[in-house]
Write a protein that binds this ligand. Structure first.
Ligand SMILES: CC(C)(COP(=O)(O)OP(=O)(O)OC[C@H]1O[C@@H](n2cnc3c(N)ncnc32)[C@H](O)[C@@H]1OP(=O)(O)O)[C@@H](O)C(=O)NCCC(=O)NCCS
Length: 362
């Protein structure tokens, strides 16, 4: 049976470190509040007019390709996950394809916020299993800092998010015959992505959302309705009144997100293990989407995982949405915490709501 495996991984975070104390200069908040509620100490912010979601994603992709020993001409397909694309359209997939000087391959954009990387991994997995593609580049990148409300009004959202990118190069492998990213394989365990599990519940779509600018015309949330423009057609995507009211930032009902996350995270992790007849005790490493350290800690407690079975780095990077899992996976791998034959579980929950998991035998 053909499975997909991660043959190369890379990450890129912008050089600009922003501490909690730095944020106290622009809004009423404190290092103590942020650390206590989220675990975050600092995050990276992109350099305006220099970094973009595409440029950061391309940096991570170059590292992933180089580690896999694959050149740009060998890539068959690009998948790009982000909620902060450079343009409203076209998506970052084609911008990355152009920046990497690739041939006329397909480029797919994924809009699944915090679950975007696992959704992308699942799509890549299916294409590889069917034999359609042999080298898929999956990029996840976010530039939140350009679009957050850094006044006190937006503090419950803006202190949480950071910028950065991660990328993986996916290739087929057949059972135990291939070499892994750590060298030649041993053992006869099935290798690569064992399964992926995708879920959504749109009944809570607006609880973590950025609706404006948009084409919704207030249909699902009358309080977000733009004023009628004084022209017969158009003028509804970005209206003067929404800009004047500054109704153009992400909204988050933090407590509702928290409550749902701590139910869905364990559910989707246990689903992945059960599908593969495996148990919590078989897990070498859980890499949860870095939403909030308190969510990860609660999850660890619920599943009775040891400290060494869960990887967190939100303290340094904040929540980088789609990029958080590949950044954490890359860092864990670079630090020797992901070894050959290890059982790794990736799990995410976020806006949509969407949630997902992937089980990987490294
Ligand atoms: C966002 C989150 C940290 C807020 O914590 P909370 O305990 O729910 O806080 P609340 O929003 O109820 O606000 C509590 C108080 O802190 C204040 N507050 C909010 N953000 C603040 C900040 N950055 N600094 C200081 N005070 C802040 C609020 O104004 C409120 O003050 P009040 O009691 O005087 O009205 C928390 O809800 C959370 O982590 N939720 C999950 C979010 C998440 O994971 N999102 C990503 C999903 S992918």
């Amino acid at each position: 049976m053909i499975r997909a495996r991660i043959a190369g991984i890379g990450m890129y975070v912008p050089k600009n470190v922003v501490t909690n104390n730095d944020l106290t200069r622009v809004m009423d908040t404190s290092d103590e509040w942020i650390q206590e509620r989220t675990g975050i100490k600092e995050r990276r912010f992109a350099t305006p007019f220099e970094d973009t979601t595409t440029t950061m994603g391309v940096e991570a992709a170059r590292i992933a390709m180089q580690r896999a020993g694959v050149g740009t001409s060998e890539i068959d397909f690009i998948i790009f996950s982000t909620l902060s694309p450079d343009y409203y359209f076209p998506g970052c997939g084609v911008l990355a394809q152009r920046a990497l000087g690739m041939t006329e391959i397909g480029a797919l954009d994924i809009r699944n916020q915090c679950s975007g990387f696992i959704y992308g991994l699942s799509v890549a997995d299916q294409f590889i299993k069917t034999g359609m593609y042999k080298n898929i580049l999956l990029i996840a990148s976010e530039t939140h800092s350009y679009g957050l409300d850094f006044s006190t009004r937006g503090r419950n959202v803006s202190v949480i998010f950071g910028d950065g990118a991660g990328a993986v190069l996916l290739q087929p492998c057949t059972e135990s015959s291939e070499t892994s990213l750590n060298g030649p394989t041993k053992g006869s365990e099935p290798r690569g992505i064992l399964s992926t599990h995708l879920h959504s519940d749109g009944s809570h779509a607006e609880l973590l959302s950025m609706m404006n600018p948009g084409f919704h015309v207030g249909k699902f949330a009358p309080e977000k309705k733009p004023a009628k423009p004084d022209q017969p057609y158009g003028g509804l995507f970005i209206t003067k009144d929404l800009v004047e009211k500054e109704d153009i930032y992400p909204y988050m009902d933090g407590q509702s997100v928290f409550k749902k996350a701590i139910v869905k995270f364990p559910e989707v992790i246990l689903e992945a293990l059960k599908t593969n007849n495996l148990h919590i005790s078989d897990l070498n490493l859980l890499i949860p989407h870095q939403a909030n350290l308190r969510i990860s800690q609660m999850l660890q407690h619920q599943l009775k995982l040891r400290d060494d079975q869960v990887y967190n780095n939100i303290q340094k990077y904040g929540n980088t949405t789609a990029a958080s899992i590949p950044i954490a996976l890359c860092e864990a791998w670079e630090n020797g915490k992901v070894k050959e034959n290890d059982l790794i579980c990736l799990a995410a929950f976020g806006s949509g709501f969407t949630w997902a998991s992937a089980l990987i035998r490294w």
